[in-house]
Structure formats: C-alpha cells, structure tokens
Design a protein around this ligand. Structure first.
Ligand code: NAD
Length: 370
C-alpha cells in the first residue's frame, strides 16, 4: 500500500527547495500516513512532534523505510518551552499541524484535554512559529507555509439536504468540534494579524489502515471478529462523508503546494453513508473474507445515542477540486474492502495498541453522571 510521493510535477518542484518538514501529530493515524508519504521523497527530512499519547504508534513509520530521515520530537504542545525548542531544532520549511485530541466521545468525558491540546497547543505552536518565522532570511520567510489540518465537524450538523463549503458559518456541537473551531480561528487570526503564511483544510471522516480501534470502522471490524455486539449509536441513521486517508494526504500535499495563503479548503470523499450502511457493509465484507456460521450483521445492536450527536455531514469539495485539481482516487467501497483486508492482516497490531492504551472497545462519551 506504499504510494509514490506525488503524481504532480508542481508538487514535486514545490518541495525541491523545502527539505525540512515538521509534522505535528505524526504518531497518529493521519499524521503517520502523511509521514510515510513524505519519506517516500528521498530529499525530505521529517521532524515528528508528538506527545505520544494513547492513540500514538510509530511502527507504521519504522516498519516503512528511511528511519534516518525521520526524527521523533517527543513534545507536548501544551508546553511552551518544549514547543519553542522543537521549532528551533526542526528549523522547518513547512509545518503540517495535525496534533490534536481527536475523538468526540473522549471530548465528552474529558473536555479539558481538548482545550489544552487543541486550543492552547495550537496557540503555543503559532507563537513558536511566529518567533521562528520572524527571524528567517527573506527567501525562506517567503516560501514558509503552515498547513492546519481541521475537520468538517466545526460546521455543526446538516439536515437532509445541502453541504458544507468554505463559507459555511462555524457551529460546533461537541467539545472536540469546538476546540478544533477555536484552533482554526487562531490560525486564521495569526495569518491576518502577524502575516503567518497559513492555509487550512477542513476534511470529512477519514478511514484506512493504522487507525486507532476506537473509531467506527476499526471498532466494528474488531468487535465483529471477536464475536462481540457491534454497537450502533441511536437509530443508526446519522450520515458521514467518508474519505480514504491516502486521498486526504493527496489533498494536503496539493493544498500546501498550490493553495493560496489565508485560504481554507473543504475536503470530502463524495462518500456519504448512513452509519448503519457503513456497519452493514463491513459485516458483508467480513462474511466473505472471514466467514462464520451466521452473518456478522446479527451482532449489530442499537445503543444509546451520543449526546449532541450531529445528524449529517456532507462536503462540497468544489474549491479544492476546481482551483487546485484535487480529486479522491478511491471509491468508498473499494477503500473499505482494502481497509478490512488490512485489519484482518494486522490483528496483532490491534491487540498490541489496545493493550498499550488500555482501551478494549468499551463505550465512552455517555457522560459519567447520566
Ligand atoms: N480522523 C479523522 O477522520 C479526521 C478528519 C478530519 C480532520 N482530522 C484532524 O486530523 C488530525 C489528525 O487526526 P487523527 O485521526 O490522525 O488523530 P489521532 O488521534 O490518530 O492522532 C493525533 C496525534 O496527535 C498527538 N497529539 C495530541 N495532542 C497533542 C499535543 N498536545 N502535543 C503533541 N501531540 C499531540 C497524539 O499523541 C496523536 O499521536 C487532527 O487534527 C484531527 O482533528 C481528523
């Protein structure tokens, strides 16, 4: 599943004089995928700033290649001094900012972590960048970029029709979405006020290999394979727009190299699905790939809904598609099949990371008091 760095000469030439890349959150699911892609370009050196939390894992990077061009900076963005020092050590030409607490259910149980990492962490990073960037020589200053990776959840919930675009007002419902919304505003304000050359992407739900097993798709695969009830929140009718993670990485590379400073780009997969349909598709794939007596669908059980569960997300990706030429390359169905295969072949990794993080698929995010 290793991909070439890019299929665009414009992206390749953008990175020609930008060899030092800082990725925050590179020990996570999307950051790891981005780093593997960056390392496939032999000219790039990647500095991976990550606090190495419960969802972090470096085996995807270490088993890949190019260890010598990857350096872990084990830093919590909440810590100002460490963040400043990391910036100076990385001395980056480009920053991809992905570090964030990322699971809505955890944000319901423990919102403070989200405020500290996603809001204060982004503020600390932006301030460290401001110090660093102010002191760069003019040529490096001009070509420096920070890409802030955000989510469609900042826009809140849609009814049955319509879709989010770059002009949709922010209307977050969960502590996670609120903290990401605040981080987007900080990034935008540091561009307007201090001139920090930033670009923002707001992406829909990602899936693919190496995703921590608390998120819907790996959770369902692992519950099914261990013959446990497969929980479906509420009536199962909530809708998400799914994007294969490699297609998201394509969008990030295009946005950073061709995007306009100060702009944001909505990124979606044209993959709108009801949660019940996603879960049923996984069960059907497993029925073929790992058959058992009864269909895995018999394990599906409706459970209490998530508090403030957004009904529907859908993305209008016209801006990044028309202006920058990005298109998702994978259909939802083919990428889901590929993802199920990956989990079937990496059950040991799933066991190891569950053990390391002490997370075994239990329900979270129902508010302890209720
Ligand atoms: N997963 C999705 O569907 C999705 C969709 C759109 C946008 N995003 C955004 O993409 C980014 C990455 O998401 P992911 O799914 O890979 O998440 P993830 O939870 O798998 O990884 C996040 C990483 O960030 C690190 N991190 C968190 N707080 C930190 C801090 N204070 N200092 C340093 N490191 C810290 C964690 O240790 C972890 O390794 C996030 O910003 C998320 O909001 C995710």
């Amino acid at each position: 599943m290793n991909r070439d760095f890019s299929s665009s000469s414009q992206i390749d030439s953008f990175f020609e004089n930008k060899k030092r890349i800082l990725v925050t959150g590179g020990a996570g699911f999307i950051g790891g995928c981005l780093i593997r892609r960056l390392l496939s370009n032999p000219n790039l050196h990647v500095f991976n700033l990550d606090k190495c939390g419960y969802a972090s894992d470096l085996s995807s990077i270490y088993s890949h290649q190019a260890k010598g061009r990857h350096r872990l900076l084990n830093v919590d963005l909440f810590n100002t001094e460490e963040t400043n020092a990391a910036l100076n050590e990385a001395d980056p030409d480009i920053v991809f900012h992905l570090a964030a607490e990322s699971h809505v259910d955890r944000s319901i149980d423990n919102p403070r972590n989200f405020i500290e990492s996603n809001i204060t962490g982004t503020f600390n990073l932006l301030e460290a960048i401001r110090n660093f960037w102010d002191n760069l020589p003019e040529n490096r200053k001009d070509s420096f970029r920070i890409l802030h990776i955000s989510t469609d959840e900042v826009f809140g919930s849609l009814e049955d029709s319509g879709s989010f675009n770059e002009n949709t007002p922010y209307n977050p419902s969960s502590p996670y979405a609120a903290s990401k919304a605040a981080s987007d505003h900080i990034v935008r304000a540091w561009n307007c006020t201090y001139g920090i050359p930033s670009i923002i992407t707001n992406c829909s739900n990602n899936f693919g290999p190496w995703q921590f097993p608390e998120k819907l798709i790996p959770l369902v695969i692992l519950k099914a394979l261990s013959n446990q009830e497969i929980p479906l929140y509420g009536d199962g009718k909530n809708i998400r727009d799914w994007l294969f993670v490699e297609d998201h990485i394509d969008a990030l590379l295009i946005a950073v190299s061709k995007g306009d400073i100060g702009q944001s780009y909505c990124v979606g997969g044209n993959g709108e699905r009801k949660n019940e349909d996603v879960v049923n598709s996984i069960c059907s794939l497993l029925d073929v790939k790992a058959p058992r007596d009864q269909s895995y669908a018999s394990l599906i059980k409706l459970v209490n809904d998530r508090p403030a569960h957004d009904y529907r997300y859908a993305i209008n990706s016209r801006k990044i598609s028309n202006k920058l030429g990005w298109q998702p390359k994978h259909s939802f169905d083919s990428a889901l099949s590929l993802t199920v295969d990956w989990y079937l072949n990496h059950l040991d990794w799933c066991k190891d990371i569950s053990k390391k993080s002490d997370y075994f698929g239990g329900r979270i995010g129902l508010m302890q008091s209720s």
